[in-house]
Design a protein around this ligand. Structure first.
Ligand code: ZN
Ligand code: ZN
Length: 420
């Protein structure tokens, strides 16, 4: 028997047109949206014995949110602690983090290092309650790069015998290819490269470029051979521009880009995934959340520039997706990225970055990121109009009334009891 859910009297946000469609019924069958129609039309499904009906009068129905840069394994901002902990403990922490993401309204997340095929399978089987998970496994980093967590005096590379870790250190084209193929073998949805220095890494400078062109090109080729793409950790214009010229499709952070970067983004139809909230969170509470004190000063190299970079890219029409990159206790701030971006972008564009555009980045347009026939019934309902006030999305405890993934309800607050 098919499962049928009817969402009645909803005001639907059509993220494509940017219009609010009042008085709509959404008919959901077997986890997918079958129809979207005015309430005046008769719905034969309403008479089916197994149909469940939810009345969304007064609420705005949106596609489930998508976060294109998360680390579901990062239960602490001290990544050393993570790689020394039991993989079982790490997995259980990831399960909690994913559950909390779903309850904030995120029905899809793209992991940017750490999550593996086991976590993805656990979500798909319903063993863990969480968003759809896109994974890259381990990020590829050069010696001394952003995923090389060794202090200067350490020589040993691997600190944990498990294949599951944040990063893997590889040098030279053959090692890059082998590591890329390993991640593809383990079910990667995309490959992740560390192409420049970072905040949390102990020995690199933030302005370093990492990996040679040959190494980057090799990874891009390996990804494309498997119909995947490369996402890369990048801050400076030099790093971003080099990555774009080598065919990297998804550029993360991008706080220090220049006008030429914008031209290259447009030329290559590449994606920029800013993660502004994480710098604010790191500056305010990073050390308390586990970030080593020695690297704290690096936050201030990127903190102030990110918003201007987003504004420049947005004005020029660069493809943008929502990202957060939060670690440890700072995960609770995942929705703050909406309010930060809305300082320089129209609310609708910020919402599209977390729905329609993110779906395009994940090559899942038509399936995710919109309330439309044929798409998965990944939906949220909020009280109020987020086109007028973006804070409605950022305060789920007050405004978020429904979270649904593949037609299944995971959160419903104050809704009339379902009929059926
Ligand atoms: Zn990064
Ligand atoms: Zn990250």
């Amino acid at each position: 028997m098919p499962s049928i859910t009817l969402l009645q009297n909803a005001t639907v946000l059509d993220v494509r047109s940017g219009q609010l469609l009042p008085g709509r019924r959404v008919v959901i069958k077997d986890g997918k949206i079958e129809r979207l129609e005015p309430m005046q039309l008769e719905a034969p499904e309403a008479r089916a014995a197994e149909a469940v009906t939810l009345d969304l009068r007064g609420l705005t129905l949106l596609p489930g949110l998508m976060d294109a840069h998360v680390h579901v394994m990062a239960w602490t901002a001290n990544l050393r602690e993570l790689s020394n902990a039991s993989p079982h403990y790490n997995a259980l922490q990831a399960a909690r983090i994913m559950h909390e993401m779903l309850l904030r309204g995120f029905t899809t997340v793209r992991d940017a290092a750490g999550a593996d095929f086991g976590l993805k399978r656990a979500v798909e089987e319903g063993l863990v309650v969480g968003p759809r998970l896109y994974i890259c496994g381990r990020a590829l980093s050069q010696t001394g790069g952003h995923a090389d967590s060794r202090a200067a005096g350490e020589t040993r590379v691997e600190t944990v015998s498990s294949p599951v870790a944040f990063g893997t250190v590889v040098d030279g084209v053959p090692e890059v290819r082998r590591a890329a193929r390993e991640e593809i073998r383990r079910g990667a949805d995309h490959l992740k490269l560390m192409l420049g220095g970072g905040v949390a890494s102990p020995t690199d400078r933030l302005t370093n470029d990492q990996f040679s062109r040959e190494e980057i090109l090799a990874a891009v080729e390996e990804a494309e051979m498997a119909d995947l793409y490369v996402m890369a950790h990048t801050y400076t214009a030099r790093t971003v521009n080099r990555a774009l010229e080598c065919g990297v499709r998804s550029l993360e952070h991008c706080n220090l880009i220049d006008e030429h970067s914008v031209e290259l983004f447009l030329k290559h139809k590449a994606w920029m995934v800013p993660t502004l909230v994480t710098y604010q969170a790191l500056a305010e509470e990073g050390v308390a959340a586990g970030l080593p004190k020695e690297v704290e000063h690096k936050i201030y190299l990127v903190l102030d520039k990110g918003l201007a970079a987003l504004e420049m890219a947005s004005r020029a029409g660069v493809n943008l997706a929502y990202g957060t990159d939060l670690l440890g206790a700072m995960h609770r701030r995942q929705l703050e990225e909406f309010t930060i971006r809305a300082q320089v972008q129209p609310n609708l564009e910020v919402i599209r970055a977390a729905t329609l555009y993110a779906a395009r980045l994940l090559r899942a347009e038509g399936q995710l990121g919109e309330v439309a026939p044929g798409a998965y019934a990944d939906l949220i309902a909020v009280e109020g109009n987020p086109l007028e006030d973006i804070r409605i999305l950022a305060r789920p405890e007050r405004h978020l009334k429904l979270v649904m993934k593949a037609g299944q309800v995971f959160h419903s607050a104050g809704l009339p009891q379902p009929i059926g």
